[in-house]
Write a protein that binds this ligand. Structure first.
Ligand code: GTP
Length: 363
């Protein structure tokens, strides 16, 4: 059963294929998207990105010209900004119909890693106008071979992301000890979805329509009316997804001394690795401020940083978003301040912390 199939109407323009790309924090969605966008088959693709936390970075890390990119407001697509997504999709159609933007031929929505995909799919399937103008393609869920099993154990959102997928893409297989158990688990959760490598041709991953055949009964009920339970609204904090998960956005106008930054990362990872779900940033190091460092941490793994040849936008502020589980964001903020030498009456400085990492209470 394909939910989005509608009979062709010669008076209406051909619906635009729309892909939802999901997967848990740091699973490799942006990396896969960059690989796809390099393929000429995806020319004229418009990308919509949504990020958790008040500072978005993905739009800077996706190798794409600005006009082909829409950055949704801060917050999680499944809760705070679902209405923004609908408004953005409607607005894009208006601009496309009026010839105010290049007529894109495909849309890819990259969700936040924490997004429950059900409310997003519900919105796309049941919206009376959008369903006529966009054709929901196969939902692609990225699963990280290194952290996948632990993530499925700990996060209901990750299980849902797998269960609703039409295609699963397994990333980081070369860094994993083995993938047999994870593959078996993914097949048990979603027997219908093929498990593809990151190198799978883009047409093999994006082809086909979203459907329910072969998916569990749970998926049907998730996509039902309950999926739209109102979780948005004024006053909702864009840095909070559920009570235990928070984002903290660390910034510095001045370039950061390399030893201080390395020590900050080390201390955070060694002392609190299990509570760091994701860390992502663009950082100007004092010894080479013109070429920012892209920093990625996924749970206890900090990926080898990449140096960009130049800043991707005029703002050269160092920005680091850290998504925490069961750790007070103010603790991480105080640690950052201490390593940057920002004086605080109630906190130790970097030298004191290097000797005694427990000197900041609350971690
Ligand atoms: N070894 C290896 N690393 C990968 C692979 N895919 C992604 N990564 C690395 O994993 C880190 C996170 O990748 P992203 O593509 O930013 O992950 P994401 O899912 O977009 O992250 P969020 O948007 O924060 O949820 C980066 O350091 C990537 O270079 C892979 O197949 N193999």
């Amino acid at each position: 059963m394909s939910l989005s199939a509608t009979p062709p109407d010669p008076r209406r323009p051909e619906p635009i294929p729309l892909t939802v790309l999901t997967g848990f924090l740091g699973a490799g969605k942006t990396t896969l998207l960059n690989r796809w966008l390099a393929d000429p088959a995806l020319a004229d693709t418009l990308v919509i990105v949504n990020e958790f936390g008040e500072i978005g970075l993905d739009h800077l890390l996706i190798e794409r010209v600005d006009e082909d990119m829409v950055l949704l407001g801060a917050g999680c697509l499944c809760c705070t900004v679902r209405g923004d997504l609908i408004a953005a999709l409607e607005d894009l159609l208006r601009k496309r119909d009026n010839g105010r933007i290049t007529p894109f031929r495909r849309v890819v929505i990259e969700t936040t890693g924490l997004a429950d995909p059900a409310p997003i799919l519900h919105a796309l399937i049941y919206h009376p106008y959008l369903v006529l103008r966009y054709r929901l393609q196969a939902v692609v869920t990225v699963v990280d071979a290194v952290h996948g099993a632990a993530t499925l154990d700990a996060h209901a959102e990750a299980v849902r992301q797998v269960a609703v997928a039409d295609r699963l893409v397994l990333t980081k297989t070369e860094a994993a000890a083995g993938t047999d158990l994870l593959r078996a688990r993914l097949t048990a959760l979603n027997p219908a979805a093929p498990i593809l490598p990151v190198t799978a041709p883009v047409e093999a991953v994006l082809g086909g329509l979203f459907g329910l055949d072969g998916k569990g009964d749970d998926v049907r009920s998730w996509l039902g009316a309950g999926a739209m339970a109102e979780t948005s609204g004024p006053g909702r904090d864009v840095n909070i997804h559920d009570a235990s998960i928070r984002a903290v956005c660390l910034t510095s106008e001045a370039p950061v001394p390399r030893p201080a930054f390395e020590m900050f990362l080390d201390l955070l990872r060694s002392g609190h690795g299990a509570k760091i779900l994701r860390m992502k940033g663009l950082v100007a190091l004092a010894d080479d401020p013109g070429r920012p460092l892209v920093v990625h941490g996924v749970q206890h793994v900090v990926h080898a940083p990449v140096v960009l040849p130049a800043w991707p936008d005029p703002d050269h502020t160092s920005r680091l978003v850290v998504i925490l589980r069961d750790l007070d964001p103010s603790f991480v903020q105080r640690l950052w301040d201490a390593f940057l030498g920002r004086p605080r009456i109630d906190a130790p400085d970097a030298a004191a912390l290097a000797h005694n990492p427990l000197a900041i209470p609350g971690g």
